[in-house]
Design a protein around this ligand. Structure first.
Ligand code: ADP
Ligand code: MG
Length: 254
């Protein structure tokens, strides 16, 4: 069955101030959606809300993930159900290799499904990791690096995309707005998304910049203005935004 993330009439307050004001958006497995919009329009608020951050208060609306009420689930339950949020993971773990970290993540998921699960056998884990790294065209030696120790921006992204591939979620939300991606990091994210979409991953790429869409060809583009989706379309919408900015949409919405 194809899983979907369905956001319906979502209203979210931060410190009693309305930030999301009736947002509707559906992302299905295998689809790549780009969520764009000017700074302050509420894009990261959506990502934090989906992740279950306690400061973000849902006052109205629903989020259904794969038939379940996402807003009733704890953050780790959301992840175990197959929703991946890039920034929910630790930024630095001294002395832990990327491979060990990935194995712990996978085993935590397996234990949540079945408390008796002894974890993925190491030979199976090694094979799985190698095949994912091949798919992502990554050097196998990368998995032996200590997590985030001296990682460049591009390497951090590479680790994140490898984690995404290893956890094999149904839908991933990548908030790329504030990370100041250089070209190397952009390519890592784009190549990863392009490889994983063919494995039936659904992706919501949140971005302020049009340029990531030169690498990822989204199926759908949405523009967020003042806490709502003001316009949706295909890849041509991103081109139009590149040429004309956001003002014409603002004019239409008034
Ligand atoms: P975007 O990601 O589109 O740039 P954000 O979701 O970060 O937008 O911000 C939307 C609005 O919410 C902004 O006006 C911002 O100032 C406000 N906001 C975001 N996070 C917080 C917070 N933790 N506390 C108070 N206001 C916040
Ligand atoms: Mg943001």
């Amino acid at each position: 069955m194809t899983a979907a993330l369905e956001i319906r009439n979502l209203h979210v307050d931060i410190e009693d101030q309305a930030i999301l004001k009736g947002l509707d958006l559906t992302v299905k497995q295998g689809e790549v959606h780009a969520l764009m919009g000017p700074n302050g329009s509420g894009k990261s608020t959506l990502a934090y809300t989906l992740m279950g951050h306690p400061d973000y208060e849902v006052t109205q609306g629903q989020v259904i993930f794969d038939g379940q009420d996402l807003l009733e689930m704890e953050a780790d339950e959301r992840s175990q159900a197959g929703l991946f949020l890039a920034f929910q993971y630790p930024v630095a773990i001294p002395g832990v290799t990327l491979a060990n970290f990935l194995r712990q993540s996978i085993n935590a998921h397996r234990k949540a499904q079945d408390p008796e699960d002894p974890g993925m056998p190491i030979p199976e884990f090694r094979r799985m990791l190698k095949s994912k790294m091949d798919m992502l065209q990554m050097d196998h030696g990368f998995a032996g690096r200590y997590l985030n120790e001296g990682f460049s921006g591009g390497e951090k992204k590479r680790a994140e995309i490898l984690q995404l591939a290893a956890l094999d979620p149904k839908i991933a939300i990548l908030d790329e707005t504030d990370s100041g991606l250089d070209i190397d990091a952009l390519r890592v994210v784009s190549d990863g998304v392009n490889a994983l979409r063919s494995e039936n991953l659904g992706v919501l790429v949140i971005t302020h910049y049009q340029r990531i869409l030169n690498y990822i060809q989204p199926d759908f583009v949405h523009v967020m203005l003042d806490g709502r989706i003001a316009e949706s379309g295909g890849p041509e919408l991103a081109m139009q935004l590149e040429e004309q900015g956001y003002e014409w949409i603002r004019g239409q919405a008034d």
